[in-house]
Design a protein around this ligand. Structure first.
Ligand code: PHE
Length: 342
C-alpha cells in the first residue's frame, strides 16, 4: 500500500510538472483526484487494512492528496503566467512609430458655391425644396405655360422616359415651382437646387447634365424691385460688394416680364476680354415675375398675389467665381484640379 501510494505521488507530480496547458492539467486532476481517480481507488482499499496499519496509510494518503493539490495549483499559476507574458509579448506596440495621416477629402467647387448660396438664401428666410429629376411634361412644360407646340420644347429637347414624351428628365428646375405652389399657400419663399438635363453636346460651356438653383417668392405686393434686391444681395455675397449686375429684357413663358441677369465680367472688370467675349458682361441667370397664368393654374389668385422666380446655373456661377474656363473640368474628377479648392 505504502509503495503504491508513493508511486502514485511521484508519477502524478511528474506529469503535473510537465503538463503544458490548462486542459491537460484538468484531465490530470480528474485522473488522480476525481471520483474514479487513482487516489480515490486507493482510499477505498483502506477498509481491507488491519486497524494498526490504517492510521499510517491514511496519513500517507492525505499527504499524497495535499501534494498533488498544491502541485496542480502551482502548475496552474505557472501556465497562466507564461500565457500572459506570451500575450504581452505578442501585443507589444511601438508607441514611437509615426502615425498614419488621415487624408480628409474636401468639397467640390460646385458644392462650395452651392452651400454658400444656400446659406445666403436661408439667411434671407428661404426654405429649401426638392423635386423629382424624372418629371412629367405636365410640370416641366404645360403648367409652366408652355403648351404642346411651343418652340421652347424644341430647344430643351430632353431625354424621354416614355415614347409619348409625357415623362422625361427635367430640363429645368422650374417644375418645382409648380409642385411647391400646389402643396403650399403664400407666403412662399423657396430655393430648389438640383440636376437638370438637356440634349446638348459636351463642350467648354455645355453638358447634357448640369445643375440649377430655382428660386420662388410669392406673396402680396411682391415686385420686380424685390427680385432685383434679392439677386443683387446674392451677387454681392458671391462676387464681392463691388460686383455690378445688369437686368436685360428676355422671354420666358412662365414669367412676365422676364429678364436675364448679367454680372460685370469678373476677369476684365468690364473692359472686354476673352472670358466675356469682349462684352464686359457675363450672363448669370434667368428670372422674372411669375406669370399670372402659372399662379392661376395652381389656384393662387393673381389679383391678390404676385411673385418672382429665377433660375441660376450652378456650373456658370462656379466658373465665374473661380475663373474656370472649361466646364468639363468640373466633371472630370482630376485631383490636380480639385485640390485647388481646399
Ligand atoms: N428655367 C429657366 C431656364 O432654365 C430659368 C428661369 C427660371 C427663368 C425661373 C425665369 C424664372 O432657362
Amino acid at each position: 500500500m505504502k509503495a503504491t501510494l508513493e508511486k502514485l505521488r511521484s508519477s502524478a507530480l511528474g506529469e503535473i510538472d510537465s503538463s503544458g496547458d490548462i486542459a491537460e492539467l484538468e484531465s490530470l486532476r480528474v485522473r488522480y483526484l476525481g471520483k474514479k481517480g487513482g487516489l480515490t481507488a486507493m482510499l477505498r482499499q483502506m477498509g481491507s487494512l488491519s486497524a494498526s496499519e490504517r492510521p499510517a496509510a491514511g496519513a500517507l494518503a492525505n499527504s499524497v492528496r495535499a501534494d498533488i493539490e498544491s502541485a496542480l495549483a502551482a502548475r496552474l499559476k505557472g501556465i497562466e503566467a507564461s500565457a500572459l507574458s506570451e500575450k504581452l509579448l505578442r501585443e507589444k506596440i511601438d508607441v514611437t512609430v509615426p502615425g498614419k495621416r488621415a487624408e480628409a477629402g474636401h468639397r467640390h467647387p460646385m458644392s462650395i458655391v452651392l452651400d454658400e448660396t444656400r446659406d445666403i438664401f436661408i439667411g434671407m428666410g428661404f426654405a429649401v425644396a426638392e423635386g423629382p429629376e424624372v418629371e412629367l411634361s405636365l410640370y416641366d412644360f404645360d403648367k409652366l405655360n408652355i403648351p404642346p407646340n411651343h418652340t421652347v420644347r424644341e430647344w430643351s429637347d430632353t431625354f424621354y422616359i416614355t415614347e409619348d414624351e409625357s415623362v422625361h428628365l427635367r430640363c429645368q428646375t422650374s417644375p418645382v415651382q409648380v409642385r411647391y405652389m400646389e402643396a403650399h399657400r403664400p407666403p412662399i419663399r423657396i430655393i430648389s437646387p438640383g440636376r437638370v438635363f438637356r440634349r446638348d453636346e459636351v463642350d467648354a460651356s455645355h453638358s447634357p447634365m448640369f445643375h440649377q438653383i430655382e428660386g420662388l417668392v410669392v406673396d402680396r405686393g411682391i415686385t420686380l424691385g424685390d427680385l432685383k434686391g434679392t439677386l443683387n444681395a446674392l451677387v454681392g455675397h458671391l462676387y464681392g460688394e463691388g460686383a455690378k449686375t445688369r437686368f436685360r429684357p428676355h422671354h420666358f413663358p412662365f414669367t412676365e416680364p422676364s429678364c436675364e441677369v448679367d454680372v460685370r465680367c469678373v476677369v476684365c472688370g468690364g473692359t472686354g476680354c476673352r472670358v466675356c467675349k469682349g462684352e464686359g458682361w457675363l450672363e448669370l441667370l434667368g428670372a422674372g415675375m411669375v406669370h399670372p397664368k402659372v399662379l392661376a393654374g395652381v389656384g393662387i389668385d393673381p389679383d391678390e398675389y404676385s411673385g418672382f422666380a429665377f433660375g441660376i446655373g450652378v456650373e456658370r456661377m462656379t466658373m465665374l467665381r473661380y475663373r474656370i474656363d472649361d466646364m468639363r473640368l468640373l466633371y472630370e474628377n482630376d485631383l490636380r484640379f480639385l485640390e485647388q479648392f481646399e
